[in-house]
Design a protein around this ligand. Structure first.
Ligand code: B12
Ligand code: SF4
Length: 471
């Protein structure tokens, strides 16, 4: 049986984005995990069509013609929906016998909307590793398969390591100071907190409690990545990597004991940093170079409205703790919340300017399906989101989201809050010089290795080049 996964995440950047770089953005952990499970279950013919790497829709149709899959497994988050739908239309127009199976956050949360499309044969809600291979086997054996299948959450330690070679590029960090090769890793799934702009999406998908892989299991994958690809830096994509103090302490000990010196980045919360400065110290000793913190707002009233469970004072204290430990800060914050007064937005910008983060990500508040505020905005007729593209929350996306918000002001304030302080600017300039030398040397060697293996999967080339000691 031929299986083609489809990753339709071209919102914002469009097609053909890889042309800018031999390295490329980041993989989709969910698809890479499903690919690994399918291989383990004996399916051999598995490919991925990553729309980001294609020239356009004709190219997509050509890929489908060439591959002639029996099953197309399409993933989607909410902003991917229109592109995923177009992929499904093209596939069914070319060959209505190809079975379309969809999964991911949007089909899990907005199941009915997806089910209304008669071209979708099956929908998997929730986690897909247990359900997907069973569906494939049933289709192969021509057994009946339900249209909507609820995924069962697996014990994460029983899963094979994700198949990174499903993706035909090397991951590229958002931050230049992370040495190459770089990978993103998930050490667990889910989050126990209830921030109203985010939850309960993650709970619907992954359960009420965070589920961690064992430290041993994570160490085994990291050792595999180090030995096989020579990875030099890591970004942990867990919602909140530091949620369990005991797990983090065990992780830090094991990371050092296993000889890892690779710098890493992870996501945490201001209240956790304030309550556990010694845990942050251990993380720093292990290799934490940057902490991503959702500071969200400089107004306690708004933080309460967001049910964030943090205060402005904690935001400032957490930033001070990280600075004392020389941990860079990636500051996430939101502008344009329902009922937010201009003065409160300005307080957020003032707070970010006081924090002086190394990296600042301003988002326009966007009511994502699956969040409590999505329901609130609908109920109060506040949402201006007409099409799915507008679920992207970058300030660069020039579409209003919430009724009554002055987006001209928001754009101006986002610009100010994203501007680095003078001291950070100088630091970035200096660090860039040294980091660029190293990454340039790596790119040159990688290009040579790629030339030796034209057309081969780039992760496979990295594996071969690392084995030969070429990088
Ligand atoms: C890491 C992460 C990112 C990373 C990597 C994204 C990626 N492509 O994997 C980055 C930073 C790039 C990112 C970007 C965005 N993200 Co994000 N992200 C997450 C996070 C924290 C973890 C995702 C993850 O890896 N989960 C673990 C893996 C194993 O699960 P999974 O990918 O969902 O896949 C499983 C199932 O969904 C299912 N499945 C998925 N696809 C398929 C396909 C088939 C055929 C089948 C059968 C099953 C199946 O099986 C998989 C294995 O169990 C989640 C929060 C969360 N905990 O879910 C938010 C989250 C998914 N992101 C979200 C959002 C909004 C975004 C952005 C739109 C933000 C923006 N920039 O505007 C973009 C969209 C990017 C895109 N289209 O890919 C929302 C999604 C809400 C929604 N309604 O869709 C979430 C839930 C956070 C939130 N609560 O706001 N994100
Ligand atoms: S914002 Fe972070 S801490 Fe809050 S619910 Fe979402 S993932 Fe959890």
């Amino acid at each position: 049986m031929k299986i083609a996964f489809v990753y339709p995440a071209i919102f914002g950047s469009g097609f053909n984005t890889e042309k800018k770089d031999i390295l490329f953005e980041q993989i989709h952990e969910g698809l890479a995990g499903l690919g690994a499970v399918c291989k383990k279950e004996g399916f051999k013919d598995i490919t991925l069509i990553d729309l980001r790497l294609l020239e356009g829709w004709d190219d997509f149709a050509e890929k489908i013609r060439q591959l002639a899959p029996d099953v197309a497994g399409v993933t989607m988050m909410s902003p991917d929906y229109p592109y995923a739908t177009r992929c499904i239309d093209i596939i069914k127009d070319l060959d209505p016998r190809i079975k379309i199976i969809v999964g991911g956050h949007h089909p899990t949360i907005m199941t009915q909307e997806v089910a209304d499309n008669p071209k979708v044969d099956h929908i998997v809600t929730g986690e897909g590793e247990a359900a997907f291979p069973v569906i494939l086997k049933d289709i192969e054996a021509k057994r009946p398969v339900a249209r909507i299948i609820e995924g069962r959450r697996p014990d994460l330690d029983t899963l094979p390591f994700i198949d990174r070679e499903l993706f035909d590029f090397l991951e590229l960090p958002y931050d230049f100071f992370l040495p190459l090769p770089f990978v993103t890793v998930l050490a667990g799934r889910g989050c126990s907190y209830n921030c109203s702009f985010c939850a309960p999406a993650s709970k619907i998908m992954h359960g009420d409690r965070m589920r961690r892989r064992s430290v041993d299991n994570v160490m085994n994958e990291l050792s595999y990545l180090r030995d096989t690809y020579g990875i030099k830096s890591i970004q942990f994509w867990d919602d909140c990597f530091t949620e369990s103090r005991d797990w983090v302490m065990e992780f830090c000990k094991a990371y050092r004991k296993n000889g890892f010196r690779q710098p890493f980045v992870c996501q945490t919360r201001a209240d956790i940093v304030c309550k556990n400065p010694e845990m942050i110290k251990e993380l720093k000793k292990a290799g934490l170079v940057m902490a991503s913190i959702g500071f969200e707002s400089g107004s306690d009233r708004i933080l309460k409205f967001l049910n964030k469970g943090t205060t402005v004072a904690q935001n400032l204290q957490a930033a001070a703790i990280c600075k004392r430990l020389a941990i860079k800060i990636w500051a996430y914050h939101m502008l344009g919340l329902p009922g937010e007064r201009p003065e409160e937005t300005k307080d957020t910008v003032r707070m970010i300017n006081r924090i002086k983060p190394y990296r600042s990500s301003a988002a326009f508040f966007t009511p994502h399906p699956g969040s409590a505020l999505h329901a609130y905005c609908r109920k109060n007729d506040l949402s201006l989101i007409g099409d799915h593209d507008n679920f992207v929350m970058f300030p660069e996306v020039d579409k209003p989201k919430i009724r009554g918000v002055d987006y001209a002001l928001m754009r101006r304030l986002a610009g100010i809050s994203k501007r680095p302080s003078l001291s950070v600017k100088v630091r970035i300039r200096i660090e860039r010089v040294f980091a660029h030398k190293k990454s340039k040397a790596f790119r040159v060697k990688l290009l040579e290795a790629l030339k030796e293996h034209p057309g081969m999967n780039k992760m496979a080339v990295l594996r071969i080049a690392h084995k030969k000691g070429l990088l």
